[in-house]
Design a protein around this ligand. Structure first.
Ligand code: SF4
Length: 270
């Protein structure tokens, strides 16, 4: 482990932790570049689910999202990045346009290999027009630093919803469905080497499922786009990890999985 990685590890509040070798083997070879042992599987079970991660009666369901997407499909072509940004900036496709301060399109490098997708802007993001700022943003920065990534250089970060749900309530299925074409077009234009998805709502929207993060993490999914299939890894949202620090070890394992399975370099052109 390098001094920088050690500092980032400590910033995450992860170390030192040890685990049985069979648990480490179950995650695959090379998933922990630090050489440190992975956390015990039973550690994660101690953390109670947070309200936001708990599936509720009104939880977004994959089928509901798909039905809404079919109803609200936008036939308007969005040919390039600038046009897409302008479309988002003035969008009134759902009711969130009435309560937002501004839209949050995304930040980072559009030529970066990885795309990170979160849920929706919070209060601070709504004010600043940037995703993942504040305490959750600082934890994301530490998580990325732990695997040697810089958020301005190595990733592009966006959310499923480009506008803040009032009071940070959960997104509604029709809001996700109406906003989904923007994220879809972002992925097509960015053409990342892989996608790291943070949080239940983002995972459910991209993978068209109603499964929990616990059921989706710790494996590599495929996201079809442009005739190809991008590797996609699901992990917990930094805001969830702030409320449930016992799950940071699992997030670390997910980051290591992403590091092992999402290419860090784009293929050379031509
Ligand atoms: S959340 Fe998405 S669909 Fe709704 S107004 Fe904002 S940009 Fe438009």
């Amino acid at each position: 482990m390098t001094p920088g990685q050690r500092a980032a590890w400590q910033a995450l509040g992860l170390g030192p932790v040890w685990v049985r070798r069979d648990a480490r083997a179950a995650l695959g070879e090379g998933l922990d570049p630090s050489g440190a042992e992975l956390p015990r599987p039973d550690e994660a079970r101690r953390a109670p689910p947070s309200p936001r991660e708990t599936i509720r009666g009104e939880a977004i369901r994959g089928e509901a999202i798909q039905a809404e997407m079919a109803r609200s499909a936008d036939p308007t072509p969005m040919p390039d990045w600038e046009s897409l940004q302008a479309s988002v900036r003035t969008c009134e496709r759902c009711g969130l346009c009435r309560s937002r301060q501004q839209t949050v399109f995304g930040s980072g490098s559009p030529t970066a290999p990885w795309l990170i997708v979160g849920e929706a802007p919070g209060a601070e993001e709504d004010l600043r027009g940037e995703p993942f700022v504040g305490q959750a943003g600082r934890l994301l920065d530490a998580m990325l630093a732990a695997i040697g990534l810089d958020r301005a250089r190595d990733v592009f970060i966006t959310n499923v919803l480009k506008c803040r749900p009032p009071g940070n309530r959960n997104p509604e299925p029709d809001e996700v469905a109406r906003c989904a074409p923007f994220l879809r077009r972002q992925i097509e234009l960015l053409a990342p080497t892989g996608i790291l998805v943070m949080g239940r709502f983002a995972a459910q929207a991209l993978l068209e499922t109603d499964a929990s993060v616990a059921g989706l993490r710790n494996r590599v999914h495929r996201y079809p786009v442009g005739g190809a299939e991008l590797p996609l890894v699901v992990t917990y949202h930094p805001a969830y990890l702030l409320r449930n620090p016992a799950d940071k070890g699992k997030a670390w394992a997910d980051l290591c999985l992403a590091l092992a399975r999402l290419p860090r370099q784009r293929a050379a052109a031509g």
